[in-house]
Design a binder for this molecule. Structure first.
Ligand code: T4K
Length: 369
C-alpha cells in the first residue's frame, strides 16, 4: 500500500460549508464562553439524540470528570477496565475509588450479572461504557441502580447516534457522556457533551465547566475551564448535517469487512445486538491464536508492514496501566484481560475505499495457518 492507512480518518464538511458557518464570528467577536453557536449546537444535539437536556464541553473526558463531580459522589464507583484510560482517570481524579467489573465476552460491555456482588456500603455509582458503540444492558443496570440507590453515568463516548428499542442511547441512566474528538463517528474537532434529566445536575455541571462561577461575585464550586468554543461548535453544527451520509458510508465498510471475515475459525467479529440501531464506530476483531494459527500481534505486524495501522483498542486494560501499578488487580477481570490481549480494531472511516478493505482482509487471512 503506497499511502498510509490509519485506524480512522476524520470526516469533515466542505471547506466552504465550514467557513460559511464561522463567518459571523468575525462580526460578533464572541468566540467562546457559551456563545450563539454553542447554544445552537446544544439545542440541535438534544433534538438529534432524543434527550431532554444536553451540555457541551471541551472534550469527552471533561464531560465525564465534571459530571461525576456534579453528582457529588463519594466512595466507590463500579466500572469496566475495558475502555479508554479517560473513564478510569475521571473516577480517580474525583477522589473516587474505581471497582472493576468484568466484561461480557460477547459484546465487551460490563457483565451485569457480576455487578451486585461488587456493591458495598461505599458504592455510590455505576459507570458503564457503551464500548465500540455496543449498548450495555441498560434495563438490568437501571434495576440494580434503583434497588441499591446508585447513580448511573454512562460513558457513551463511542455511542453517538446509537438507538436502543427506538430510544436514543443517552436517554438511559442519570446521565451519558459523549466524546466529539476528531477520531469519532461524529466530531467537533475536540468536544464532548453530557445528556441528563435532572435540572439541578445541569446547573451544577454548567457552572463547573466555567470555574464554578455563578455570578461575578459568586463562585460556589471548585470548577475547571471546560467550555466548548465557537469554532468547535461550528464544526459540530456542520458535521451534524451530514450524519446520515457518514453512517451510510461507514455501514458499507462494515458490511464489506463482515462479508469477508465472517465465519473464519478463530476470528470473533463484533456482535450485532438485538433492538440496536448501530453507528458503525469501530470494527474490533478478537483473535483466538489457537484456532486461527496466528496471534493478534502477528496480524498487526503484518498489516503494519503493508502500511496499514490497525490499533489495539483497548490494550492494556485500564486496571493494568503503569500509573495504576500496584493499585488495581487486572487478575480480577480475567475475561477483560483475555479480550484485551487478543483484540484489534481495523481501519474504519466514511471514505475508506472498499478495495482497501478487501486488501486488509486478504492480508489478515494470509496470516491464518
Ligand atoms: N471514553 C472513551 C471510551 C473514549 O474512547 C474516549 C476517547 C474518552 C472517554 C475521552 O474522550 P475525549 O476526551 O478524547 O473527547 C484516541 C482519541 O484521542 C480519543 O478521543 C479516543 N477515546 C481514543 C479511543 O482514541 P489515540 O491516542 O489513539 O489517538 P491518535 O492520535 O493515535 O489517533 C488515532 C487515529 O485517528 C490516527 O491514527 C489518525 C486518526 N486521526 C487522529 C487525529 C488526532 C484523524 O483522522 N484526525 C485527527 O485529528 O486516542
Amino acid at each position: 500500500m503506497d499511502e498510509k492507512i490509519l485506524v480512522t480518518r476524520s470526516s469533515m464538511p466542505s471547506f466552504e460549508e465550514y467557513t460559511a458557518e464561522i463567518r459571523d464570528l468575525w462580526e460578533s467577536r464572541w468566540l467562546t464562553n457559551m456563545g450563539a453557536k454553542h447554544n445552537q449546537f446544544r439545542a440541535e444535539l438534544s433534538a438529534y439524540l432524543g434527550v431532554e437536556n444536553t451540555d457541551l464541553f471541551t472534550n469527552g473526558h471533561m464531560a465525564i470528570e465534571l459530571s461525576l463531580q456534579a453528582m457529588g459522589l463519594k466512595g466507590e464507583v463500579i466500572t469496566t477496565p475495558f475502555t479508554f484510560i479517560s473513564t478510569t482517570h475521571a473516577i480517580v481524579r474525583n477522589g473516587l475509588q474505581p471497582v472493576f467489573c468484568d466484561i461480557d465476552p460477547k459484546d465487551y460491555t460490563m457483565d451485569v450479572s457480576q455487578i451486585e456482588e461488587l456493591i458495598t456500603p461505599k458504592t455510590c455509582a455505576i459507570l458503564p461504557v457503551h464500548v465500540y458503540g455496543n449498548v450495555c444492558q441498560v434495563e438490568e443496570i437501571e434495576r440494580i441502580a434503583s434497588q441499591y440507590g446508585l447513580k448511573v453515568l454512562y460513558d457513551a463516548a463511542h455511542a453517538f447516534g446509537v438507538r436502543y428499542k427506538g430510544r436514543g442511547v443517552a436517554s438511559f441512566g442519570d446521565a451519558s457522556c459523549f466524546s466529539f474528538h476528531a477520531t469519532k463517528v461524529f466530531h467537533s474537532v475536540e468536544g464532548g457533551a453530557v445528556c441528563f434529566k435532572d435540572r439541578e445536575f445541569g446547573q451544577a455541571v454548567y457552572s463547573l465547566k466555567d470555574f464554578g462561577i455563578q455570578s461575578e461575585a459568586e463562585i460556589d464550586g471548585v470548577g475547571a475551564n471546560a467550555k466548548m468554543n465557537e469554532f468547535c461548535a461550528a464544526m459540530g453544527l456542520c458535521n451534524l448535517r451530514h450524519m446520515e451520509e457518514v453512517l451510510a458510508l461507514r455501514k458499507r465498510v462494515v458490511q464489506e469487512y463482515r462479508r469477508l471475515l465472517a465465519d473464519i475459525d478463530g476470528l470473533q467479529l463484533n456482535v450485532i445486538q438485538k433492538d440496536v440501531e448501530p453507528n458503525y464506530a469501530y470494527f474490533p476483531i478478537v483473535v483466538d491464536e489457537e484456532k486461527f494459527g496466528a496471534d493478534r500481534d502477528e496480524i498487526c505486524e503484518k498489516l503494519r508492514q503493508n502500511n496499514i495501522f490497525a490499533r489495539k483498542y483497548f490494550y492494556p486494560l485500564t486496571n493494568a496501566v503503569s500509573c495504576y501499578k500496584d493499585r488495581f488487580d487486572a487478575g480480577l477481570t480475567p475475561r477483560a484481560a483475555y479480550v484485551s490481549r487478543r483484540v484489534m480494531t481495523l481501519p474504519l472511516y466514511a471514505d475508506l475505499d472498499l478495495e482497501i478493505v478487501r486488501e486488509i482482509c486478504s492480508l489478515i487471512l494470509e496470516c491464518k495457518k
